[in-house]
Design a protein around this ligand. Sequence first.
Ligand code: F6P
Length: 195
Amino acid sequence: PRPILLTRHGESQDNVRGRIGGDSVLSETGDLYSEKLAKFVEERLKSERTASIWTSTLQRTIMTATPIVELPKIQWRALDEINAGVCDGMAYEEIKRNMPEEYESRKKDKLRYRYPRGESYLDVIQRLEPVIIELERQRAPVVVISHQAVLRALYAYFADRPLKEIPHIEVPLHTVIEIQMGVTGVQEKRYKLMD
Ligand code: F6P
């Protein structure tokens, strides 16, 4: 059985400032995670002949993959974070203060809520379809370095979790979720590489 390793990028400067979206670089802590992840991947996949690293097109995932030198890397736009449209770059508090109706509608139905000029979770789930098809086709392990909303959707697909739970699944930073697909079903392990 081949593992799929799912992880968010290391902590970004926008994570530190509490801003959503954007295309910021990693913080120092995020850089440290990229080093730890490279060691983990090297150790975990050393017996595998072929494996690949899939990132989004955003700097924070590409930077997180940089220390992994020995494996081929592919960038997917479909792995980019949920597009927050007019709210891109804002903090949740700012949205609550300046656009209270938007804030409330999202709270009421986070799965279906679509950011003005942006996306909903359902949109994200739909655009992930080609990624999922390709992941299922792979015979070799894949390390997916992406973002919170996208990984919630990917994880839910493999762990067979209901749609309505997706926007609330815990996918913390600096943690690798390993998914093994075997004959007896799907097995999952979580590795917290740092705080
Ligand atoms: O805060 C990090 C982040 O990846 C944002 O870029 C994104 O908008 C958000 O998480 C998605 O999580 P939620 O759907 O809970 O707002």
